[in-house]
Design a protein around this ligand. Structure first.
Ligand SMILES: O=C(O)[C@H](O)[C@@H](O)[C@H](O)[C@H](O)COP(=O)(O)O
Length: 324
């Protein structure tokens, strides 16, 4: 797998207590003992490059409350969006190779929003040629209930910006049925997921019994929402269904379908792409710890049972962390 993305990355891995965006990234350099625990696929190939430092113990109120410990969490702070996009492409391509080799399929879940633009480097050399796109199966963690050619459609966004540029077989791209109501579309999507589990395309979590997707690529809203799971909305507590619907989303359009938390938290990997000063308050709340479990933002309810959560961030997004 090409290493050019890692070589150009100016990312810094940091323990939460070390994050201080007002310092230069070299101030985030950690001792070799900590650097040794980096996942090799994300390690810098050259010691002269900017450091990549692991988050060893990020606060997780939800995990702490439930006593879960298997979740692995990391935070990456990028100096530039170009570097974030390069690192995200490398991370995704390496997971694609791993899952394609291990089980002949790679299940990838997309959100809408700025995440889609951050995927652009996957559709460029060297990844365009190096990735085995025939193994990809693409899903949406949430979708607006609008026609697929509507400007609000997450499918249309991903299709225009990414999927139309890579050779994924069309029958392995699972858009919602846009002829149905929101209730019907959610039920239909869950039925199709169940068939794909039966067919062995989607794995099942041995921990939860819910579907286990290989990689979820998601954004987070300024209010701390992920997917279409908004703060204070009852669907954040759905614990039976795989896919549900909302008719009153505070972010337009109002009607959406969304994966539920049991599915999100069964993922093998989640890349949470969160950039810009508008996200700083939610990032601060999510990463500073100590909140009551009744007061969690949806993003704080991401608690992987047996998986890896990586925050891909930039300095504006973590700009409030220096105060903790
Ligand atoms: O359907 C949606 O509205 C999106 O899927 C939404 O959940 C998005 O991912 C976040 O709002 C972050 O979006 P930005 O990264 O553009 O802020």
């Amino acid at each position: 797998m090409p290493t050019s993305a890692a070589a150009s990355a100016t990312a810094a891995w940091a323990t939460l207590s070390s994050v201080n965006p007002r310092r230069s990234s070299s101030a985030l350099r950690l001792p070799p003992s900590l650097r040794r625990s980096l996942p090799s696929r994300l390690s810098s190939s050259s010691p002269s490059r900017s450091p990549l430092v692991p988050v060893s113990a990020m606060a997780s109120p939800a995990a702490a409350a439930s006593g879960e410990t298997a979740s692995r969490k990391k935070l990456i702070i990028f100096d530039a969006e170009e570097d974030l996009a390069a690192s995200l492409a490398k991370y995704t391509a390496e997971l694609s190779a791993k899952f394609a080799a291990e089980r002949g399929a790679f299940t990838v879940v997309l959100s809408g929003g700025s995440l889609v633009k951050a995927l652009r480097k996957l559709a460029e050399p060297p990844y365009l040629e190096a990735v085995d796109w025939s193994k990809w199966h693409v899903f949406w963690v949430d979708e607006r209930v609008v026609p697929k050619d509507h400007a609000d459609s997450n499918y249309k966004l991903a299709s225009d910006e990414f999927l139309s540029k890579v050779p994924i077989p069309a029958d392995q791209v699972y858009a919602i049925n846009d002829a149905l109501s929101s209730e019907g579309a959610a039920e239909d999507y869950e039925t199709r997921l169940k068939q794909l589990v039966k067919d062995g395309v989607i794995e099942t979590s041995t921990v939860s019994g819910f579907p286990k997707f290989d990689l979820m690529l998601m954004g987070m809203g300024p209010d701390g929402h992920i997917a279409s799971l908004f703060p204070g909305h009852p669907v954040v507590n759905e614990n039976q269904k795989w896919v549900t619907f909302v008719k009153d989303s505070p972010k337009p359009p109002p009607e959406r379908i969304t994966f539920t938390f049991p599915v999100i938290n069964s993922s093998a990997h989640i890349a949470l792409v969160v950039t810009g000063a508008g996200k700083a308050g939610a990032v601060h709340k999510a990463l500073s710890g100590g909140q009551k479990t009744s007061d969690l933002l949806p993003v704080e309810m991401v608690s992987l049972q047996d998986g890896e959560l990586i925050w891909f961030t930039d300095k504006p997004a973590v700009s409030m962390l220096s105060s903790i």
